[in-house]
Design a protein around this ligand. Structure first.
Ligand code: ACO
Length: 325
């Protein structure tokens, strides 16, 4: 039994924020941002949109592609760090929006690795024979967690959502493996200090801007490239493949330099590597399902192709998935 991708969908907010827009907000330049990150623009949710809205549209598109109705969904798992509320899970709001009354739903908090963590849970659920169809979603409204006065971080992130629909099938195609890792010792290199139980909302905390994402970018960069490379090799080795067998490498889209360094270390060609970070920036848990949907829409994913995906993010968390399309 394999978990096969039978539907993909994505949603990007209409509003575009270019590097030139950012030049008016912080001390930065289009050239600096492009040279250091490859990002040219990102999408920003409007005031009426939040994570569940974007996730619902992406999920509905994946269901429409597969011709599956809401009552046929057994499980909804959503990777996000920018849910609508601290609790309950945003996945439950998506369930209600879709009318998926036979599903159970929960969120996974693994930052930029959230989608692959969610995919791993969904795959285990299907392979164990516990259900037939799972919506795996990554969705983020990072524009509300980013400090728009901090040039070190605000240039990197954007909003959006992507989803895939997995279906249990007797097939050689589908998810071949998932490998997940984490190391909590790196917590303070990339995190949101407030307002959880450790630093609840306070006037001092608001003054110290604790509700915004904090990052030590160059430290994150080094560990990200190393971890993405190792976990990608782990996926290939576990299945007896090499880089030459990969049809498309669809990594987490954080930064063009991270992607290029990882692709080079893996010995993959430009043609094998899918990149859309220039258009959307880093949408954290949403980058991979958005990229899968775009790659599919562009005709880059053909039946039988080997798809390698890898992600790295706050926690630190990292992981990979190998999928036969
Ligand atoms: N515009 C202009 N100058 C800037 C900006 C900006 N937006 N941001 C930082 N600088 C300045 C710094 O202040 C510093 O100036 P100084 O030398 O006078 O002190 C200088 O640029 C160099 O700063 P560094 O942080 O050393 O620059 P670096 O080359 O490391 O690039 C970046 C910064 C782009 C953040 C890089 O470290 C990076 O991409 N890291 C990965 C972070 C990431 O992707 N995080 C996302 C979450 S994790 C993940 O998804 C993988």
């Amino acid at each position: 039994m394999k978990a096969r991708i039978v539907g993909t969908g994505s949603y990007l907010p209409e509003q575009t924020r270019t590097n030139y827009d950012l030049e008016k907000m912080v001390d930065t330049s289009h050239d600096w941002i492009v040279a250091r990150t490859g990002i040219e623009e990102r999408r920003i949710a409007d005031a009426t949109e939040c994570t569940s809205d974007m996730a619902t549209i992406a999920a509905q598109r994946a269901m429409d592609m597969a011709g599956v109705t809401a009552d046929e969904i057994d499980m909804i798992v959503l990777g996000t760090i920018t849910g609508d509320y601290p609790w309950p899970a945003t996945a439950c709001i998506v369930q209600a929006n879709l009318g998926a009354k036979n599903a159970f739903a929960y969120d996974v908090s693994a930052a930029c690795s959230g989608f692959l963590y969610a995919l791993s849970s969904a795959n285990d659920f299907i392979v164990a024979g516990r259900g037939k169809r799972v919506l795996v979603i990554g969705a983020e409204t990072l524009s509300r967690a980013v400090d728009w006065t901090d040039r070190n971080t605000c240039v990197l992130f954007g909003d959006g959502a992507g989803a895939i629909l997995l279906e249990a099938q007797e097939s050689d195609s589908g998810v071949l493996s998932c490998h997940l890792h984490s190391d909590g010792n790196f917590l303070e290199l990339l995190y949101q200090p407030g307002f959880g139980a450790k630093h609840p909302v306070s006037v001092e905390g608001i003054g110290a801007r604790l509700s915004y994402l904090k990052m030590q970018g160059n430290e994150v960069f080094k560990v990200a490239v190393r971890s993405l490379t190792e976990v990608s090799k782990e996926a290939l080795a576990a299945n007896g493949y090499t880089s030459a067998d990969v049809g498309q490498f669809i990594p987490h889209q954080a930064n063009l330099r991270i992607l290029e360094a990882t692709t080079k270390r893996l010995g993959l060609t430009e043609e094998q590597s899918f990149i859309n970070v220039h258009k959307y920036g880093n949408t954290s848990g949403a980058t991979i399902p958005i990229a899968i949907d775009e790659a599919y829409q562009q005709g880059l994913l053909k039946e039988g192709d080997l798809i390698l995906s890898a992600a790295f993010g706050g926690g630190f968390t990292w992981g990979s998935a190998l999928i036969r399309w």
